[in-house]
Design a protein around this ligand. Structure first.
Ligand code: HEC
Length: 222
């Protein structure tokens, strides 16, 4: 396993093991002050576990909903007017439902990729590490999973891998000329001159949903 794979496993194990801590009785022979301090720390850890749990749950819900909205509209546009017309429908910023999710949960919703079409989807350093771990895992036949990471002290990043599981994706992310028709390729080049999101195959990693939570907002929802 790569060091990233290890890193992610470690962090996951580290965070989830916090949830099993129980606040137990004060031990004999320990001063009250120290004992209170220990209780506070336990409380903090339990809270941290709850915050992580909520971020995982909401992250999964938001990613699922965003994917459903985007995928549904993309398919509809493709079947009604073809790929060249539908080019503008694979955009996470084009849907008001995603904006209302952003407002409701005070989250940032984006997709990141190692081979972007839209430069706005370029990964941050942390996103790149997660994407590289996903890439390593997919190449090694390890099942890809949702992930949660701390970003500084105030934020949490939920990620969900996006794998090409539908042949429809190749109409715009496959091979130009064979899978991507000339009219579509032309439209893509026009809108995204620096496009790097072609040449994909079925079953490959395309990117990930990246949902950033503010811990303070999560605490309010607990
Ligand atoms: C009709 C053309 C079209 C189809 C079909 C299509 N995409 Fe896209 N895809 C695009 C365009 C255009 C962008 C850039 C959108 C933007 O500006 O945010 C994009 C961007 C993305 C991104 C964000 C990363 C990046 O490269 O900027 C992901 C992830 C993605 N597509 C996944 C998929 C998947 C998975 C499928 C199949 C379910 C799919 N796409 C089908 C045209 C398409």
């Amino acid at each position: 396993m790569s060091r990233y794979g290890f890193l992610i496993l470690f962090i996951l194990i580290g965070t989830w093991s916090c949830r099993t801590e129980k606040s137990d009785e004060k031990q004999e022979g320990i001063s009250e002050e120290l004992s209170d301090e220990m209780d506070n720390r336990k409380l903090k850890r339990v809270k941290e576990g709850e915050i992580l749990g909520l971020a995982s749950e909401l992250g999964a819900e938001i990613a699922e909903k965003s994917q459903r909205v985007l995928g549904g509209n993309l398919k509809k546009a493709m079947s009604e007017n073809g790929a060249a017309y539908a080019v503008e429908f694979c955009n996470a910023n084009a849907y008001s439902i995603l904006d209302s999710l952003r407002d409701r949960y005070k989250v940032e919703i984006k997709r990141a990729s190692l081979k972007v079409r839209n430069p706005d989807d370029d990964p941050t350093d942390l996103e790149r590490q997660i994407l590289e771990a996903y890439q390593y895992n997919i190449e090694s036949g390890i099942e890809l999973q949702d992930n949660i990471q701390r970003v500084g002290t105030d934020q949490l990043l939920f990620s969900r891998p996006i794998v090409i599981k539908d042949g429809i994706c190749l109409s715009c992310h496959g091979n130009p000329g064979s899978e991507i028709n000339p009219a579509t390729q032309e439209r893509i080049k026009e809108l995204y001159p620096a496009d790097n999101a072609t040449g994909h195959e079925f079953g490959q990693l395309r990117g990930m949903w990246s949902i950033t939570f503010d811990k303070g907002e999560l605490v309010k929802m607990l």
